[in-house]
Design a protein around this ligand. Structure first.
Ligand SMILES: [Zn+2]
Ligand SMILES: [Zn+2]
Length: 191
């Protein structure tokens, strides 16, 4: 059986598709030009590493991967490139992990409309999906304005289990697999 539409929202584990990378680079370049920003070599390199990552990736991991390919960079350079990529909207930041992932809606019209996304972040495999849900923001705006609060919500982050991991869990429901015992406790530096 092929992947269900909900599953394809989440990237499959393993190295990401190179053809998809070319497409993403192309799209990012167009967006940079539209926004009058320069898609420099460094920004491209950083964007590439983020796009190739399965889940989200931290700044130091990006630095390490670029170093592995022969380019030594100062952390500040990577941070500046990340800022530019965030500003262009081609990547997003997961606040819970202080890590970055490529916008998965680059190829859709939704992106152009600038609608705010809901980030669904898998606690098991780290995959992140992006779904459209203006309704959530409408509710936040309504509840906040009822108490004269002006919210500035750009996205909402939800952690949980992605369809791939849920399926894996269901098929290997051996008693050894204690529910609640999350294997990948990847919360490096909680503030
Ligand atoms: Zn996005
Ligand atoms: Zn998962």
């Amino acid at each position: 059986m092929s992947d269900s539409p909900s599953k394809t929202l989440f990237p499959a584990p393993g190295p990401q598709n190179v053809a998809r990378l070319a497409k993403a680079l192309e799209r990012a370049e167009v967006i940079f030009v539209e926004k009058n920003l320069r898609f420099t070599k460094l920004r491209q390199q950083v964007f590439e590493e983020i796009t190739l990552a399965h889940g989200s990736i931290g700044a130091y991991d990006i630095l390490g991967r670029i170093a592995d390919k022969g380019t030594r960079l100062a952390p500040i350079s990577v941070y500046r490139a990340l800022d530019a990529l965030l500003e262009a909207g081609v990547i997003h930041r997961l606040e819970s992990k202080n890590a970055f992932f490529a916008c998965r809606r680059l190829h859709t019209d939704d992106f152009v409309k600038g609608r705010r996304p809901l980030f669904l972040s898998c606690e098991k495999c780290g995959a992140v999906a992006e779904v459209d849900s203006e309704g959530v923001f409408d509710i936040v705006a309504r509840v906040a304005s009822a108490v004269d609060f002006k919210p500035r919500v750009k996205f909402v982050e939800v952690t949980g289990t992605c369809p791939r991991c849920a399926e894996k869990e269901a098929s290997s429901s051996a008693p050894a697999d204690k529910p609640g015992a999350v294997t990948s406790k990847s919360k490096p530096n909680d503030h």
